[in-house]
Design a protein around this ligand. Structure first.
Ligand code: SF4
Length: 364
């Protein structure tokens, strides 16, 4: 969810990069062990340098709990991540998102009203007690709550196959949202047919644009959502990369379209991508289909390998990019003065069922 963010006080926008950096360091030193800063891999380097932990959304949720005595978590990521951190950490800890406008366009492609309407329509043509909802961690807290209330689970790009396998052991079908690509790639990985066994649910048309028969015979109902960064990767880019260097290995994230994942050499979560590149032999060449800040950092941290983005028209995640150092400086200085700004607090009525779905994810 992207929220309204009031403009920064002019004092912060007028600072030079160096002044901003020095003030961040000063405020941070003042806050000491009361503060933990989390930085998602897709954040720019000028933010990552201040992160106590860097990781993908799943890892950062776990890192958030490593300092139970800390008072503040400043989450340099997007809104749904800060919500998950709030749900999974003690009430005594305040979770702060430096810029409230840092949402996720994929998470915004499914909302509570649409998912409830989908469920109601499904209930008119099939037995919803046999459908298990699975939401990607990239979703709003109230959707995680919906999933918790209906016996489902949250999944991540790392554990999606086990989460879906678990869901299919609990019922006959899976309603997977909001990312159709992760859902489809996971189903195919588990041996299902993307045409025969899967239906795409478009929230803007009745029955998601499907016939009753198609829904009844599908194992997977895939929400029509996508990541605007990962859907940019194409087969043509893979062909080009291989034409330029026949030895290059193509490594992509499973939020990419099926044909891209199938044509790649390897696919997996952000953490998988990092570990694979780090463990590869010196001199190896990689064309990577994921967010550019991460690809550039991997290239810098692995100078003995050739690492490029698969998309020559590099595209950063525009919402992650909204966490500018000036915003970090502002929230830290306000915190140091005893004025927490941009606190993300999920009401307990939503947090409790959402926690159930997140706990199921951790069990899977
Ligand atoms: S990279 Fe895609 S899924 Fe991740 S935060 Fe950006 S828009 Fe959302």
């Amino acid at each position: 969810m992207s929220l309204y963010q009031a403009p920064l006080p002019a004092e912060f926008t007028a600072l030079s990069e160096q002044e901003t950096r020095e003030r961040i360091l000063r405020a941070r030193a003042q806050l000491g062990d009361d503060l933990v800063i989390l930085g998602h891999h897709y954040q720019r380097d000028e933010i990552i340098e201040f992160a106590d932990y860097r990781g993908d959304s799943y890892k950062l949720c776990k890192d958030a709990n490593r300092h139970p005595d800390a008072k503040f978590i400043v989450f340099c990521g997007v809104h749904f991540m800060a919500e998950s951190a709030d749900i999974l950490t003690p009430d005594s800890m305040l979770v702060i998102l430096p810029n409230l406008a840092a949402g996720c366009s994929m998470a915004d492609m499914a909302n509570q009203f649409q998912v409830k309407s989908c469920w109601k329509q499904l209930g008119q043509i099939t037995d919803t007690s046999r459908i298990v909802p699975v939401t990607y961690i990239n979703s709003a807290a109230n959707l995680k709550a919906f999933v918790g209330e209906h016996g489902g689970t949250v999944c991540t790009s790392t554990n999606a196959p086990s989460a879906v396998q678990w869901a299919l052991s609990q019922g006959d079908k899976v309603l997977f949202f909001p990312d159709q690509h992760l859902g489809r790639n996971t189903g195919v990985k588990l041996g299902f047919d993307p045409t025969e066994d899967m239906a795409l649910w478009d929230p803007f048309v009745p029955l998601g644009g499907n016939s009753v028969e198609k829904i009844q015979k599908s194992k997977f109902l895939l929400w029509k959502g996508h990541c605007s960064v990962h859907k940019r990767f194409t087969l043509e880019q893979i062909e080009q990369a291989r034409a330029q260097n026949p030895l290059v290995r193509i490594l992509v994230h499973p939020e990419c379209p099926l044909e891209v994942v199938q044509a790649s050499d390897l696919n997996g979560s952000t953490e998988f991508i990092i570990k694979t590149v780090e463990a590869s032999e010196p001199g190896s060449a990689w064309a990577i289909g994921t967010e550019i800040n991460l690809v550039r950092r991997l290239a810098r941290e692995n100078p003995d390998k050739s690492i490029d983005c698969l998309d020559p028209q590099i595209c950063p995640c525009s919402t992650m990019y909204r966490i500018h150092p000036s915003f970090l400086c502002w929230v830290l200085e306000e915190l140091a003065e005893g004025r927490p700004m941009n606190v993300i607090k999920v009401p307990e009525a939503i947090a409790a069922p959402a926690r159930k779905a997140l706990d199921q994810m951790l069990r899977v």
